[in-house]
Design a protein around this ligand. Structure first.
Ligand SMILES: CC(C)(COP(=O)(O)OP(=O)(O)OC[C@H]1O[C@@H](n2cnc3c(N)ncnc32)[C@H](O)[C@@H]1OP(=O)(O)O)[C@@H](O)C(=O)NCCC(=O)NCCS
Length: 247
């Protein structure tokens, strides 16, 4: 079990990630499994494909061991509840200050973001996934996002598409509202002259200035985006690390 406690200040976000295809020894998988609750084991078993079961297992192990880096709680003891749209949150034990988290997984990568008492969302995607960027953008993205994609040569379009995609998902995940938030009604501006900005149509009641975003290409294959609600004042400090052995 992990023995050390990390400090997470109110002005920091910590992101931990695992290239999940690298941690496949049967012994390691058994020790991950030992961390899961009965409900998590049932959910893991419900995935039809081995890769789905595997990503879920690694994600839960990463989540439980990550939370236990910040509080003296056995990784098996965390109990989670879901909001009405499925966002998991810590239900017990009640740790103060309150730890908020979000996880994301795709084949080959799992990431977990942790912060003190703020809305937070993270999304990771494999940009090698076969997509039709413009078709998807036309049905899901704002007009300015679609125009930006159209202006790019095909060689740059895939990466930009996934930058928008992960940002949009990170925002809806931070809000915890899933598709109740219409994807076309908020828009990102990726002009490199300034930090990533969001804007909202009148259908979404939110303040663009209260959000901070971060885009990270973790490797040529994986794109990650983070959305975090910040207070007035300076930006939060975002620290991204590859997790060492989880157990
Ligand atoms: C949660 C959601 C918003 C993102 O899911 P996703 O990108 O498929 O999957 P991710 O791996 O990034 O995130 C899944 C994790 O988010 C968390 N999650 C679930 N519901 C959530 C919600 N409403 N809000 C925040 N987080 C949520 C869970 O921990 C989940 O992992 P788990 O099921 O293993 O516990 C999902 O509900 C969804 O509908 N996604 C598709 C959205 C889409 O197509 N967007 C197009 C963008 S342009």
């Amino acid at each position: 079990m992990l023995q050390f406690m990390l400090k997470l200040s109110a002005s920091e976000v910590h992101i931990w990630y695992v290239f999940s295809e690298r941690s496949t020894s049967p012994e390691t998988l058994r020790s991950y499994e030992d961390l899961l609750s009965m409900d998590e084991k049932k959910r893991r078993d419900s995935f039809a494909f081995v890769t789905g079961k595997y990503e879920y297992l690694v994600a839960r192990a990463l989540l439980r061991t990550t939370l236990s880096r910040y509080a003296e709680i056995d990784p098996r003891s965390w109990i989670f509840a879901q909001n009405a749209y499925g966002r998991p949150e810590v239900a017990e034990p009640a740790v103060l200050p309150r730890l908020m988290f979000n996880i994301s997984h795709c084949q080959g990568l799992v990431a977990c973001a942790v912060v003190v008492d703020r809305e937070i969302g993270i999304d990771v995607e494999d940009i090698g996934r076969n997509q039709q960027p413009l078709d998807i953008a036309v049905s899901c993205f704002s007009e300015s996002e679609v125009n930006d994609l159209r202006s790019l040569p095909p060689s740059l379009r895939d990466r930009r598409f996934f930058e928008y995609w992960t940002l949009k998902e990170s925002y809806i995940k931070a809000r915890g509202l899933g598709f109740a938030l219409p994807l076309k009604e908020f828009s990102f501006d990726l002009d490199p002259a300034h930090p990533v900005r969001i804007s909202f149509s009148p259908r979404i009641s939110d303040d663009p200035k209260s959000w901070q975003f971060e885009l990270t290409a973790l490797s040529p294959r994986f794109q990650m985006a983070l959305a975090v609600r910040k207070a007035q004042g300076p930006d939060l400090s975002i620290i991204t690390r590859e997790a060492p052995a989880l157990i």
